[in-house]
Design a protein around this ligand. Structure first.
Ligand SMILES: [Zn+2]
Length: 395
């Protein structure tokens, strides 16, 4: 049975359901397929023919894209061919806010086409380190342990490192140095109304900058967003649930090139808990204000399995929901796709991904339907490649 012989659109799934192994499949160690999934190795050369490509702007006419030894290649000669029959190829999706857990959650991400996962708090450091660089699995970056205020819910989690509980600015430098030594890719600070104080957030930001690390701030209210903006952090995660960002605040994001990761999926979940003062309309209105102001908005879900967190978006699936919520909040489908591909790649300095371009990592998502016409088409996952290793999701 050869994939290229098929002219049924559902072949990609039925082949897997019937237990047919995609040509070239082999054992892949930690990244190996589990039940209901088939993978093919990175080493071979594959030509995806008759594939329409989201080029960051539009969807192209059918063409050939070559996957060559883990990268996007240019030479189709001698390649195994996969006839994509006009299906649409997207760069692999990048979730700009989640909390890493284990290999099983990386597999869930792959199955949904999320090929890069940007963790926003995970400890101890060995937990993230165990998930780095696994062949065929979602590529990760991690904040490690975030800075929090005394008395915060995070500070009371079992095993939370006490050097990350900041009582004043004098601790900021040691906190940042410790995270850098542990391998944190960027620095996270959780800003609540109760703390850390503005001067501490500023000290963390300055210390991180001096060591070449970007700063991510958690802020879910107007007051904490103002504290984050005043400190000059690089990214603000979540959006206010108390009231929509004012045009003036949204314009400060744009003017200072502060990136927003609204995590609408999480905001929707929290607003749904019925807690007074938490209104999803505020979150949606904030995204609309950011868009109008020209601020950069990234897709992030806050997928987690953290004990005690009342809202736990599922890994992978929630990315498609986030795209839909961003569109409902006013982004065009094109803007939402960019928010999950090229823009997070740029914002996090990931120069080898976010586009279907020769030389880039072969992180790819093949979908049925036209996601520019209907963003829900991203849910129709036909195949995924992570670093050139092919996955055919289970039916
Ligand atoms: Zn989070």
């Amino acid at each position: 049975m050869c994939v290229s012989d098929s002219n049924r659109r559902d072949f990609f799934r039925t082949a897997t359901a019937a237990g047919i192994t995609v040509a070239g499949a082999q054992a892949l160690g930690a990244g190996a397929a589990h039940a209901g999934e088939r993978t093919a190795a990175a080493g071979d050369r594959v030509a995806l023919t008759r594939v329409r490509v989201f080029d960051g702007n539009r969807i192209t006419a059918p063409r050939t894209v070559v996957v060559d030894n883990g990268r996007i290649g240019t030479v189709a000669l001698g390649a195994r061919r996969i006839d994509c029959q006009g299906a649409v190829l997207l760069p692999g999706l990048i979730d700009a806010h989640l909390h890493l857990r284990d290999v099983a959650t990386l597999r869930q991400l792959v199955a949904s086409g999320v090929t890069t996962a940007l963790d926003m708090a995970c400890f101890p450091p060995s937990a993230a380190d165990a998930l780095r660089g696994l062949p065929g699995l979602t590529d990760i970056r991690s904040a490690g342990t975030p800075a929090v205020a005394p008395g915060s819910p995070q500070s009371q989690l079992p095993g939370f490192p006490q050097d990350a509980v900041l009582t004043g600015p004098e601790q900021a430098h040691d906190f940042v140095r410790a995270r850098v030594a542990e391998g944190s890719d960027y620095i996270k600070v959780v800003i609540e109304e109760s703390g850390p104080a503005p001067e501490t957030v500023q000290a963390v930001t300055a210390a991180a900058r001096s060591l070449g690390k970007a700063v991510m701030a958690h802020a879910t209210s107007t007051a904490t967003v103002e504290r984050a903006l005043a400190a000059g952090v690089g990214m603000i995660h979540h959006v206010p649930l108390d009231r929509p960002l004012s045009p003036a605040l949204a314009e400060r994001y744009a003017a200072t090139l502060t990136v927003a990761v609204p995590t609408l999926t999480m905001m929707e979940g929290f607003a749904g808990l019925g807690i007074p003062g938490m209104d999803y309309a505020a979150a949606e209105g904030s995204v609309a204000a950011l868009r109008r102001a020209g601020a950069r908005v990234l897709a992030g879900t806050d997928a987690n399995l953290t004990p005690g967190i009342p809202v736990q978006p599922p890994f992978g699936h929630s990315m498609h929901h986030e795209l839909e919520l961003l569109v409902r909040a006013g982004l065009t489908a094109r803007e939402a796709l960019r928010a999950a591909t090229s823009l997070p790649a740029q914002s996090f300095g990931l120069r080898d991904r976010g586009a279907v371009r020769p030389g880039y990592r072969a992180d790819l998502l093949l979908v049925g339907g036209d996601p520019l016409a209907d963003i829900t088409a991203t849910r129709d996952v036909l195949r995924v490649w992570v670093g050139g290793i092919e996955h055919v999701p289970a039916a």
